[in-house]
Design a protein around this ligand. Sequence first.
Ligand code: TNX
Length: 542
Amino acid sequence: NCLGLAFAGMMITSCTDKPTAFADYQIVPMPLEITTPQQSGFLLKSGETIYYTAGNEKMKKNAEFLASFIKEQTGIELKVQEGDKESGIVLKLGLEATSPEAYHLTVDGGKVVIEAPSEAGVFYGIQTLRKSVSVHEGGGAIELPAVEINDTPRFSYRGMMLDVGRHMFTMDEIKTYIDMLALHNINRLHWHLSEDQGWRIEIKKYPKLTEIGSKRSETVIGRNSGKYDGKPYGGFYTQEQAKEIVAYAAERYITVIPEIDLPGHMQAALAAYPELGCTGGPYEVWRMWGVSDNVLCAGNDKTIQFIKDVLAEIIEIFPSEYIHVGGDECPKDKWKTCPKCQARIKALGIKGDSKHSKEEYLQSYVIREAEKFLNEHGRNIIGWDEILEGGLAPNATVMSWRGESGGIEAARQKHNVIMTPNTYLYFDYYQAKDTETEPLAIGGYLPMERVYSYEPMPSALTPEEQKYITGVQANLWTEYIPTFAQAQYMVLPRMAALCETQWSAPDKKKDYEGFLKRTVRLMDIYKLKGWNYATHILDVKV
Ligand code: TNX
């Protein structure tokens, strides 16, 4: 066999070039169209060249990504060179398609071509190609079967949230999380940076946010057992570090959307600046889980200024069009008895009605102020579905987390919606029934099959209203997730089910068994990368 190939003049120098592994196109997420012409495929082997659009740095980076993925997965060493050739592996721009993230991948006897309207589309073509090649050692050549793939994402917003307020992760771990997202064609990292239990981003105008607000004296054990571990916990990301994360994500076509959660979930900020609360404190960075009653005082002008100042620094760090301003779980008890909040309610002429209390309208006022500031600076807000209460800010996008009802309501009001229902997409919930052997989790039960069964277009909406459902996201809240290994365990492989919902056309999702088989292949990459993942959940039924 080796001799035969050598006579065919294919530059084969040893028998290790004999195909030792396989390639097919059975990947996650399932591409839109795959056709397999009856002709010979392409022999992928060391020494082949990846060509990229001359003078385009992003395309060069794409070519380097492809070379490094193939090297890591197979040992095959590819060269990278600018230009466009009639042989080898060619990455190019110029495809006409509705979505900039679409791509076209063709493999035939002579060459492999990935063509897309944008560098991002080329990146997704690269992900498809690398996932099509089995993980193996040795550097031996692999036959890529002839194929033509036309692919495009179903949703333009494909997100994963990471909460670093309750527990945080190192810079390298955040980068690994971004690599995990990239492998699943996810293009938004929603970074939840502030919580009752910790403030995690440097704000120069308010240094105590990190000096004081990033440190809690100890952490409650288990599900609020009343016992504490006695160990100080803390940390934060400097603005420089956050920018490094933004750049790392951008190279992988992922936009980082920061969240500063307000006016609730603010006890750590209040510990630093007690004058921003209704009672003036003192407050501690919270040591327990749950929803704190201590929230920003909505009647204090200093608070509104604080919000604007913080957001002003946030938009300098994060170029994302969207900034998440939270809005969830803000208990209004303190506002009811706070003279300043009540005075503001009066001054704004808020009456309250059967639908919403005066305090809900007051929260809406705070969110609108944040929106006004961000809109003036060319940005837009996202908020959790509670921002519907008391009336939506004019240009807000709603993240529907308490099931889908908030999202349905927002779409009817012609606001963009990102579906992230806790009933399907909360990856802090248990993924297997046996809670005795699973690591302690917040509760809930969301096995793979249930995550996979999620259909984000509510049939209650008309086709016109459905257009407002622009995205799908899963969330990782970290109350019970102290280590990165556990974070990986909770999201992998459920992220595979998520990404097929985000990317693939709905008719691709009928075959759950087929999906599981494709996921097992994907897991070889998890294993190669040293990512911690749950295997036993694949056969768990809903
Ligand atoms: C609700 S989802 C929260 C979080 C918790 C989570 C736990 C949302 C907007 N708020 O603060 O961590 O439940 O599942």
